[in-house]
Design a protein around this ligand. Structure first.
Ligand SMILES: Cc1ncc(COP(=O)(O)O)c(C=O)c1O
Length: 393
């Protein structure tokens, strides 16, 4: 069996990487959610083989990729969908935008539990809808870690508004990395059904499970499935984000046709290489993913232990999923923007907490989808800068 080398340092600075070329060379990028690992050979080989054919005209959605997705959903979740339920989009943000444009009217509200992935707000705003933000409750576990809990009475109160049209759901949750429990999902499903709010379930991180089990909300009942548009992708899972191939699943014909029409209205077509890489990864990338998840879990534990021992003023979540660590830096004596402190004083660029909504102020999100030596370097830079704060205080 091949052992994949996730310790390898791969120079990304020569390829216009959004992650690596956004800041000065001496600032270590640990922000946008892609990993510094080479993708599975099955994805790379599929693209090479297709490239050798040499003709790259317009393409159709590949039926075999739809079938691979149907098979995958049944294998992972015992979720029986059919190939007709599957649509494709060049990216999930674009699919979120198309959804916010295709469903409801301008002025309608969209329920969002915050802090959450910032493009949710963009998708809502760009389509003249109003974000109804419901802040999750911050709960400390001990002096070092915390988690969030959700208040569903407040959620229902917002859902009751006749203008409430869509709930954008993020499970596994970005930035906090938790998995919604079955009980929480049932509550959400039930409230959305009762108040006729469409569930748009962004489950892009659902393959990146470090512990626990992901439950697609559409698997809870037929009624909930009929009220849900699910979004997944091989992009986070197999590090293929630049290839822009994402998947929508709608078992309800009206929802599917509305989503398809919204995507068609902006000519949203996936490119040939995106399809090839997705098919290669979904059908031949499982062993790579198994090893990547083991590496990511070790990285998570390493980062959390490091922060506990050497950066005790910073509190973090313990993500069950993703390669993203949500860090509460509010106890540090930093004036102003904590992410600017990380960039300018420590030389590390995490994602600014404000991207995830107002509830993200004083937080940053650190990407640990990188070789351990890079992660160590980032944490050591942060520690040196924080130690310096104590000296100058
Ligand atoms: C929850 C969530 N949805 C969507 C995306 C982006 O998807 P895409 O690159 O396919 O537009 C991300 C990327 O980080 C994400 O975390």
């Amino acid at each position: 069996m091949t052992a994949y080398n996730f310790d390898e340092i791969i120079d990304r600075t020569q390829h216009h990487s959004a992650k690596w070329n956004a800041f000065e060379r001496d600032c270590l990028p640990m922000w946008v959610a892609d990993m510094d690992f080479r993708s599975p050979p099955a994805a790379i080989d599929a693209m090479i083989e297709r490239a050798r054919h040499g003709v790259f005209g317009y393409t159709m959605d590949p039926p075999r990729l739809k079938e691979a997705i149907v098979e995958r959903m049944e294998r992972l979740y015992d979720w029986r969908i059919s190939p007709e339920d599957v649509l494709f989009s060049p990216g999930l943000v674009l699919a979120l935008c198309a959804t916010c444009s295709g469903f409801g009217q301008p002025g309608d509200t969209v329920l969002i539990q915050t802090p959450v992935y910032g493009s949710f707000f963009k998708a809502v705003r760009a389509n003249l809808k109003i974000a109804a933000n419901i802040n999750m409750e911050y709960v400390a576990d001990d002096a070092h870690t915390f988690h969030y809990e959700n208040d569903y009475d407040e959620f229902e109160q917002v859902a009751r508004d006749p203008r409430a049209t869509i709930h954008l759901q993020c499970n596994p949750q970005n930035p906090a990395g938790f998995l919604y429990s079955r009980a929480d999902l049932e509550r959400i499903g039930e409230i959305c059904l009762k108040h006729k709010v469409l569930i748009v379930a962004d489950e892009i991180h659902s393959d990146l499970i470090l512990e626990g089990r992901h439950i697609p909300i559409a698997t809870l009942s037929d009624e909930i499935a009929q009220n849900t548009l699910t979004m997944i992708a091989p992009s986070k899972t197999f590090n293929l984000a630049g290839l822009a191939c994402s998947v929508l699943i709608a078992q309800n014909k009206d929802i599917r046709e509305t989503a398809a029409a919204a995507l068609q209205s902006i000519s949203a077509h996936v490119n040939i290489m995106g399809y090839e890489a997705a098919y290669g990864a979904y059908t031949g990338g499982e062993e790579w993913l198994r090893q990547a998840l083991r590496y990511l879990k070790d990285n998570r534990d390493y980062a959390i232990n490091y922060i506990r021992a050497r950066l005790p003023q910073i509190k973090t979540t313990v993500p069950q999923s993703t390669y993203l660590l949500w860090m509460d830096m509010r106890d540090l004596p930093i004036e102003g923007d904590v992410s600017a402190f990380c960039r300018e004083t420590a030389g590390v660029a995490p994602s600014p907490g404000e991207f995830f909504g107002e509830a993200g102020q004083g937080f940053v999100r650190l990407n640990f989808g990188c070789p351990r030596s890079t992660l160590t370097q980032g944490l050591e830079r942060l520690r040196a800068a924080v130690d310096q704060l104590a000296v100058t205080a």
